[in-house]
Design a protein around this ligand. Sequence first.
Ligand SMILES: [Zn+2]
Length: 313
Amino acid sequence: MSIAAIETEARNPDLFPDCDVCGTQAWIPVYQGPVRDGAYGNSRDGAVVAECVGCGVQRLDEVSCHDEDIYADESYRELLGESVDSEGFHAAHDPLQLERLNVVDPMTLRGRVIADVGCGGGSFLDFVSGLARYVVAIEPGRPYHDSLRSRGFHVYDYARNALDDCAGSVEHAFSFQVIEHVEAPGPFLSEIADLLAPGGRVTVSTPNRGDLLMNLLPDDYPPFFYRTVHRWYFSADSLARCGRAAGLDPVETRYVHRFGIANTLRWLRDKVPGGRDSLPGLDDQALDSIWRDSLAREGTADTIYMTFEKPVS
Ligand SMILES: [Zn+2]
């Protein structure tokens, strides 16, 4: 596609409607090409990603995005090639929770009203629910609901459905790797803000589009980073603006890198994702720890965790 054609697409309101965060309808194309569609190896051609002139958020063109409906049944997990029942979810996600518990530290959740928005099978809630006074589990995926209820959680499809019972009462909400999927991140954060008590907090995580590999491999990494299930792509700055637009004050930003140095080197050598596999001579936890800390300090780690506070008045 020519530059002129891509710029024409960015002006098409069917592909790039008014920015949901700031209302601007002025998008600058930043990427055109294939994007990941579900599990690695599947892709969709001809997608365009553009950046909002007003607030800096990036989005995938609307035609290349999946509808939000896919999260309500088995479709999304099947697209990813993942298990669709609670047991399978826990097997895949329980081992990932230590990263999230580290980010909770040093806050305590003891005696608090907490919520996890987009909790899936509830792995994170299982780790923290013993401390909490009241646990709200918000998850559009209906296959998980019976299991979530059986563990004593108060279950809702969407945050807006929890407002009658919980508006103004949640003291700490969490939403891990969800905001990039939703149709509209502005209203998404506003609904969470409505659930929060004055002075309550919400911690949001999302992929960092300032990931080191986006700079190191500008041709080979974006077709992996951009994907049909992620409508929105944030930097810390654009995520903070999104929160402020919802009436929330950003109070803390942390970056977390989930992989050791072998993952980056494998990308550079093979141009493929290597997950957590080591490389000969590079299976060194101390080295990986320094690598992760270094990227976290530089803001080039793969994940942003941002905590917002709802003003008291
Ligand atoms: Zn905007």
